[in-house]
Design a protein around this ligand. Structure first.
Ligand code: ATP
Length: 252
């Protein structure tokens, strides 16, 4: 598979802090890829460089065939970035918000088709501030899809959602990937990365310290002799919760 994001020797310093300290990785076309790491690891700085929002000090970065340092606005035309849903203007209907962002991008869009794709067709005439948290997250993904991006960047997409809404959003992310869009996400939820991602990069102190599929990373940990002190339970509290309250969405 070809690389749609290619990063080589990337560095970014803020005063004494080297936030990104020589990072090299590729994201393959059509995969769901996550950048993981503790607070302050340098994830946001790396992603903002890839989105053309921040200048790197050193190194190379290409996104969808565009050199990010030479042509940041060319990159912005080819990517989708999920905005925090709190940034939506007030008093606009869900459909009007999609249309508004289409205007910004100078795109003709079928707003209803986009809302249908994210499962919000029946909420088209509802004001965005009246939508549930999960619905607002899905609206923000519809907005990020307005310019038919080749790479969709999602920052902590399921923060604050209940278990049903999280799973529903995972299904939506998988559906977006099936349509050919590469998904690049950051998340602090490792269970989310494990079930959703083809490959994950783990970043710490500005460096990538591991990059592989979740399954291979777990297998190599076990091969190093790792074992948990207690046997893994066959179910957890989330399974109890979902068994009792059902898997269907509750936000309608
Ligand atoms: P989090 O998970 O908390 O969002 P992160 O992995 O995204 O963390 P970054 O936000 O990229 O990490 O920050 C990496 C380092 O760079 C941190 O030490 C942070 O304090 C510092 N940093 C980030 N942005 C700036 C800035 N604009 N000016 C100065 N220092 C910054």
């Amino acid at each position: 598979m070809t690389a749609i994001v290619s990063v080589g020797g990337l560095r970014k310093r803020y005063g004494d802090i080297e936030a990104v300290a020589g990072v090299t990785f590729d994201v393959k076309q059509g995969e769901i890829f996550a950048l993981l790491g503790p607070n302050g690891a340098g994830k946001t700085t790396t992603v903002e460089i890839l989105e053309g929002l921040r200048q790197a000090d050193e190194g190379t970065a290409t996104v969808a065939g565009v050199d990010v340092r030479k042509d940041p606005s060319g990159v912005k035309e080819r990517i989708g970035v999920q905005l925090q849903s709190s940034t939506f203007p007030e008093n606009f209907l869900a459909k009007e918000i999609v249309e508004l962002f289409a205007l910004f991008y100078k795109r003709k869009v079928d707003a209803m088709a986009l809302l249908r794709a994210v499962g919000l067709e029946d909420r088209a005439k509802q004001k965005s501030e009246k939508l549930s948290g999960g619905q607002r997250q899905r609206l923000s993904i519809a907005v990020a899809m307005v310019n038919e991006p080749q790479v969709l960047f999602l920052d902590e997409p399921t923060t604050g959602l209940d278990p049903q809404a999280r799973r529903n959003l995972w299904d939506l992310i998988r559906a977006i990937r099936r349509r050919g869009t590469t998904v690049f996400l950051t998340t602090h939820y490792l269970d989310e990365a494990e079930v959703l991602c083809d490959r994950v990069a783990i970043m710490d102190a500005g460096k990538i310290i591991a990059l592989d599929s979740p399954r291979s990373l777990i297998a190599s940990l076990l091969a190093r002799g790792f074992s948990k002190p207690v046997a893994q339970q066959q179910a957890n509290l989330e399974d109890v919760f979902l068994d009792l309250t059902g898997h269907e969405l509750r936000e309608d």
